[in-house]
Design a protein around this ligand. Structure first.
Ligand SMILES: Nc1nc2c(ncn2[C@@H]2O[C@H](COP(=O)(O)OP(=O)(O)O)[C@@H](O)[C@H]2O)c(=O)[nH]1
Ligand SMILES: [Mg+2]
Length: 196
């Protein structure tokens, strides 16, 4: 996609306060610090549009970005931040599940896993929930510049084994080398194609 405009729209605390649903939408999900905000910036060729942070659990709202005035990207709050206050952890599920289930213009969730980690229980629970909810999911392996080629092949096989997803379905991505940039845009474009 040729990007001529990207704009932060709003941060919403719930489905009810999301912007109008006239444009299709892609959401980005995964544990905090997996690289969601960096990946969105990379896809949009923008350095600082989405704030990234080395402090996990900072972004606790649904953050909407408008692209070319035809599409939304949504940076979802991450899960798995053990040190976050209980009130924050308790709000996560109703906010994120409520949004994902109820958002009529949502076309797919890009679900991120770190190349260096085994999927956590929370990762697997979230994937199960996406599958049960029949939400189209695009799985991406992030930060692949941090592992060697051989190590990456091993990690992808391991992640495929524990998630039950086929290896071909996992897109390796790096914001440093831009590996996966085009492949991921192609998958997003496919998800945006009108049905039927
Ligand atoms: N080496 C490397 N670091 C990355 C990559 N993607 C993200 N990071 C780093 O990982 C940290 C967390 O990234 P961020 O996008 O804020 O994660 P989020 O919490 O999921 O939004 C930051 O320090 C990023 O610079 C990547 O592809 N390669
Ligand atoms: Mg973030």
């Amino acid at each position: 996609m040729l990007i001529h405009s990207t704009e932060f729209v709003t941060s919403a605390p719930s489905l009810a306060s999301c912007p109008s649903d006239e444009w299709p939408e892609i959401a980005f999900a995964g544990r905090s610090n997996v690289g969601k905000s960096s990946l969105i910036n990379c896809l949009l060729n923008r350095k600082g549009l989405v704030r990234t942070s080395s402090t996990p659990g900072r972004t606790q709202l649904l953050n909407f970005f408008a692209i070319n005035e035809v599409l939304y990207f949504v940076d979802l709050p991450g899960y798995g931040f053990a040190r976050a206050p209980r009130s924050v952890r308790e709000r996560w599920q109703p906010m994120v599940h409520g949004y994902l289930k109820g958002r009529s213009n949502l076309r797919a969730v890009v679900w991120l896993l770190d190349a260096r980690r085994d999927p956590s229980e929370e990762d697997l629970r979230f994937l199960d929930w996406l599958e049960e909810s029949e939400i189209p999911t695009i799985p991406v392996i992030t930060k692949v510049d941090k592992v060697s080629r051989n190590e990456l092949a091993r990690r992808v096989a391991k992640i495929a084994g524990s998630t039950g997803l086929s290896k071909e379905f996992l897109t390796p991505f790096s914001v440093l080398t831009r590996q996966g940039h085009e492949e991921l845009w192609e998958l997003i474009a496919l998800a945006l194609e009108p049905e039927g």
